[in-house]
Design a protein around this ligand. Sequence first.
Ligand code: SF4
Ligand code: SF4
Ligand code: SF4
Length: 232
Amino acid sequence: MTTPKQSTNSDGTIDRRAFVGGGARMVGAVAFVGLGGVFAARRGRDEELVWQIDPNKCVACSQCETHCVLDESAVKAVQCFALCGYCDECTGYFRAEEYQLDTAVQNHLCPTGAVVRKFVETRPGIRYFEYTIDEPKCIGCAKCVEGCGLMNGSLYLQVRHDRCLDCNECAIAVACPADAFVRLPRAEPNLLKDAAKEAMQTLARKKAQRSGQVVDDDTDGDDTAGEGVDPA
Ligand code: SF4
Ligand code: SF4
Ligand code: SF4
């Protein structure tokens, strides 16, 4: 980069105003180049390919727990509230064998107690419960996903990108019997089940109708997007 040409006064000293202006232009140019670099780096990062799970294909085979190169899998279970039935007898929470309708550990389907059951309300004689994932405890074994699949299928697996190493050849993708692992740009939202998308759009429409707003049907794949308790 060239230095700005210096203007001199008639006595040979440097014209301060011109010097400051030239300096400011150079700083501006440096800042512009710097910002351009930041935007280019961000765009490059957004376009980087990362691994995602297509929950429409996943058959909850349990290889996500055992095949990740990390000691504790980068794959975790997530909840789509818009799809959840808030069931009292949640098949993603309770073991298939005989169990009591309470939170005692012997009743849990999840081997690590990562599915959390919380009472919400009783409506005409029916009790509703909210189920969330205590993510640090989740090992990605997919037992809850398989169990929940017998009912609404609101629990599903996602690759957590704050944990995943983005291996060129993902060991789970190689082992996955359903070809559910796909490479997508980092900026793409997490893939949702088709049923989850529909449920979220229906919920958004209902909310908008209540408040008289127009609805954007573009669900963003964020597992927290189906917020709120709406067992109706
Ligand atoms: S390996 Fe594939 S099918 Fe098995 S749980 Fe993981 S994503 Fe689902
Ligand atoms: S059952 Fe497995 S996948 Fe589901 S929350 Fe527990 S550890 Fe995670
Ligand atoms: S890319 Fe590597 S770290 Fe990420 S899920 Fe696959 S095996 Fe695990």
